[in-house]
Ligand binder design. Structure first.
Ligand code: PGA
Length: 238
């Protein structure tokens, strides 16, 4: 069953998100696993039987003095099942580093929630042929995680140059990178990890993306804000 993750980022107001919920609840989600990741304030309102709840981020501490942040434990009491960690916007704009991301993953896994770890190369790294090197370095973040806990980790391969640009890698490129990530994890931990593709997924390219045999789902930003586009995408996912 494919995992479809909607990453709302910092979008939608309360009235908009309530209307969104109403429309998303009408979609038949029986053939996929749908995860909606709204902004923090809407997590409680968006709880539903038709999909899972996800968080876009989590704090680096278990609890305590960290103004403006939210802990994994707090999220786990809001019916959150998935937590996105290490999104490129947090790494580049908010200067989040691998040590922060490592702490976040550990806290999330302690609560039993799933981690969606985002990794991907930027345009310059791609141009210099460094994509695999960058991904391998990013996956080092998992070095302290046990094979057992890795069962709760999902990798989202998101080439930074493809996020919000409408430009996506070829199917062959996505297949090769997904295989590379899966093999790296399998060789090291003996675990079959799930890999999502993210970056400009839309109703226009989903049929083509669905031809890729090894991807386990999608992380969707812009298109996920529109219930009609979500419905179109979900209906085309096998
Ligand atoms: P996009 O965003 O679908 O708008 O490219 C994906 C993401 O950043 O997760």
């Amino acid at each position: 069953m494919k995992l479809i993750v909607a990453n709302h980022k910092m979008n939608l107001t309360l009235p908009e998100v309530l209307d969104y919920k109403h429309k998303i609840e009408e979609i038949n989600t029986s053939k996929i696993k749908l995860v909606i990741c709204p902004s923090y304030p809407y997590l409680v309102e968006l709880n539903s039987n038709n999909y899972y709840l996800g968080s876009q981020n989590v704090g680096i501490l278990d609890n305590g003095a960290l103004t403006g942040e939210i802990s994994a434990k707090q999220l786990s009491f809001l019916h959150v099942s998935y937590v996105i960690v290490g999104h490129s916007e947090r790494r580049t704009i908010l200067k989040e580093n691998n040590s922060d991301i490592q702490k976040k993953i550990e806290h999330v896994l302690k609560t039993g929630m799933h981690v969606i770890l985002c990794i991907g190369e930027n345009q310059e790294e791609k141009d210099k042929g460094k994509t695999k090197k960058v991904l391998k370095e990013n996956l080092e973040i998992l070095k302290n995680i046990s094979a057992n806990q890795l069962g709760k980790v999902i990798i989202a391969y998101e080439p930074i140059w493809a996020i919000g640009t409408g430009v996506i890698p070829t199917n062959d490129e996505i297949y090769e990178i997904t295989e590379y990530i899966k093999n790296l994890i399998y060789d090291k931990y003996d675990v079959d990890i799930k890999v999502l593709y993210g970056g400009s997924v839309s109703p226009d390219n989903i049929v083509e993306l669905e031809k890729i045999r090894n991807i386990d789902g999608y992380l969707i930003g812009g298109s996920s804000l529109n219930p009609k586009k979500m419905s179109d995408i979900i209906n085309k996912v096998r």
